[in-house]
Design a protein around this ligand. Sequence first.
Ligand code: HEM
Ligand code: HEM
Length: 199
Amino acid sequence: MNTRADSLTDATDAIRPPRYTRTAITLHWLIALLMIVNVVLGLSADSLPDDWVRPVIDTHKSIGITVLGLALLRMLWRVSHKPPPLPREFPSWEKIAAHLAHFALYLLMIALPLSGWLHDSAWKDAATHPMQWFGLFQWPRIGYVMHLDPTLKETLHDRFGALHTWLGYALYALLAMHIGGALKHEWLDRRSVFKRMTP
Ligand code: HEM
Ligand code: HEM
């Protein structure tokens, strides 16, 4: 049953719908852009001319580590702020699906760079090819992995590489759901969620 307080909230929401804070919006779009660029770089690496491969992969690694840092900041924001509630008229299955997809996207923001970093740390040539963050300073490999026995390291290099690829597939599926959901609210439900996430 709608109370008078609910009606007042609805009226206020209609004038000024609840929004994410500027920090959350900036982090959302920055991380989204960097992750999408990184998918393109990661997928194109194999089809590029030989002398492009190294700079492209080095840029991919630097972007990935940047995403890891930004994702940690974003999770700090998330645990210290309550996101604006989804409109009350959304059916509960959609709210649950949105929350599950958001949770999985947070996991991927961490798991994708971490699996890439593990994969790269198990690379047999890691010691002779130090990783540079955008050519500005040396970024460490994960020492524990780097100093394992070479045969085990080779196996782990393949396993972490496969994990990195599979996490990529999970990202494509979730992103399709995420964008599809936002467009459904925009075009079919006529209840925009973009306004909550645009500057
Ligand atoms: C890799 C890329 C992306 C990631 C990892 C990502 C992740 C997320 C997460 C975790 C949230 C929930 C924030 C929270 O409540 O804590 C969110 C919200 C949102 N995202 Fe994305 N996103 C990405 C790309 C996109 C793209 C391309 C669009 C454009 C359609 C988009 C549109 C939105 C919108 C409109 C919201 C707000 C939804 C709401 O009102 O609850 N995102 N995103
Ligand atoms: C935003 C984070 C990241 C995303 C979305 C991402 C995504 C991808 C994708 C989609 C691929 C292609 C996979 C395939 O074709 O099998 C890839 C490959 C790769 N990634 Fe990442 N990655 C990220 C972070 C990292 C990080 C932090 C590192 C290392 C420090 C890394 C190292 C690599 C390497 C070495 C490859 C193999 C490239 C090749 O030789 O074909 N990635 N990544």
